[in-house]
Design a protein around this ligand. Structure first.
Ligand SMILES: Cc1cc2nc3c(=O)[nH]c(=O)nc-3n(C[C@H](O)[C@H](O)[C@H](O)COP(=O)(O)OP(=O)(O)OC[C@H]3O[C@@H](n4cnc5c(N)ncnc54)[C@H](O)[C@@H]3O)c2cc1C
Length: 351
């Protein structure tokens, strides 16, 4: 188990932001993970779990406690059942399942970070979410001080949310189990219009498995959503805001604001969500509020390839990123009366 003191956290995050950790521990086995967590909890020491650091905004003051980086390994296939150790690199695991001819997570290719973090915010993209394939999550329950196995239903997955995100200091994910599909080398039905269109098939059709993965990677790269150290557009935490889900009354009021501001012809993206609510697009709102691609003059700017990604152009501090995020959030609220909510986890800071 590796241990460092007063260690910079910025290099552990895809934003390359954040001050030092009082203590940084890297664990490569489940026992090391559990030992470190238990010792911190019993000693009353604040604890931060880090996987790939791709969904974290850490304050410039750093973290006054123990930061545990999970670097466990394990990729086990048994028929169509896959078990991944929390520290496995997610996008590599996706590539291996595609090579093995198994469908179900191919459209989640290119998402940075660790397998263990995927259940936290129910990672999703291009028509797939891990909640559709996860069978169970093995986690260390910090309250009960024991290892537990949670079924898919017990994980309480919803859009970019789960039991783990709702109760952030309780569970440390150790392993994630998935059930994939052997569709004779074919992908799962392609759900996302942009992917289907660019593959030349109808929504709901299947394509060759490897082709689906490659197409998603190509589309993501065009939006700066595949990590590339040389490209500052990818120095981000992915989408900075979640897509707002509006109650029927809120949606009517929002539509009226849109028509007032942009004219009666204007139609914002609208997708039916649970309980009669409507999901609209954060990227659309940000763009129409005047924050277009490349917006900003400081060291933190909107990506030149994707309106939803707030990026570090190389010399930013966390405070620069937050100033930009607040400007965007407030501008959208003023223009459309909709409150944007951040997707990445904030450590020692708030919007
Ligand atoms: C370029 C880019 C593109 C992205 N695209 C997408 C996308 O398309 N869809 C999407 O959903 N997300 C996307 N993201 C966000 C991010 O990649 C995912 O949320 C990812 O799952 C985070 O994994 P991580 O290991 O980096 O987590 P970290 O950033 O290290 O941690 C995130 C949170 O999870 C907690 N955590 C991490 N591991 C564990 C564990 N084992 N047990 C308990 N808690 C844990 C951390 O404490 C923290 O609260 C993108 C990010 C970037 C930078």
């Amino acid at each position: 188990m590796q241990e460092l003191h007063d260690a910079p956290l910025a290099p552990l995050t895809t934003l390359r932001l954040g001050g030092p950790a009082r203590r940084l521990v890297e664990a490569t086995t489940d026992d090391e993970v559990v030992e470190t967590v238990r010792a911190a909890d019993r000693g009353g020491v604040p604890l931060l779990i880090v996987g790939g650091g791709s969904n974290l905004v850490i304050g410039d003051q750093g973290f006054d406690g123990t930061v545990l980086r999970i670097a466990t390994t394990g990729f086990e296939l048994d028929g169509t059942d896959l078990t991944l150790a929390a520290g496995e690199v997610w996008t590599d695991a996706v590539a291996h399942t595609v090579e093995a001819g198994l469908a179900g997570i191919e459209c989640l290719a290119g998402i940075p970070g660790s397998a263990g973090a995927t259940p936290i915010q129910n990672v999703g993209a291009y028509g797939q979410e891990v909640s559709s394939t996860i069978t169970e999550v093995t986690a260390y329950d910090r309250r009960a001080e024991e290892t537990v196995v949670l079924t898919n239903a017990e994980c309480a997955f919803s859009y970019r949310h789960s039991r783990f995100k709702a109760d952030p200091d309780r569970y440390v994910v150790l392993r994630v189990g998935f059930r994939l599909e052997d569709a004779n080398g074919q992908s799962a039905p392609v759900r996302y219009a942009e992917v289907a269109r660019s593959l030349g098939v109808g929504q709901g059709e299947r394509v060759e498995l490897a082709l689906a993965r490659e197409k998603v990677l190509e589309l993501r790269a065009g939006k700066g959503m595949v990590l590339d150290p040389a490209d500052h557009d990818t120095w981000s935490a992915g989408s900075f805001f979640t897509n707002p889900v509006l109650e029927p009354g809120q949606y009517e009021a929002f539509l009226a604001r849109v028509h007032d501001r942009l004219g009666p012809e204007s139609a914002p993206p609208a997708y039916p969500a649970a309980d009669g609510r409507t999901k609209t697009s954060a990227a659309w709102l940000i763009d129409r509020a005047g924050f277009t691609k490349g917006y900003g003059t400081g060291p933190a700017r909107i990506s030149t390839k994707h309106t939803l990604a707030l990026t570090n152009r190389g010399a930013a501090k966390t405070e620069d990123l937050l100033t930009l995020a607040r400007e965007v959030r407030d501008g959208v609220r003023e223009a459309f009366g909709v409150e944007l909510v951040n997707e990445p986890v904030m450590v020692g800071v708030a919007l």
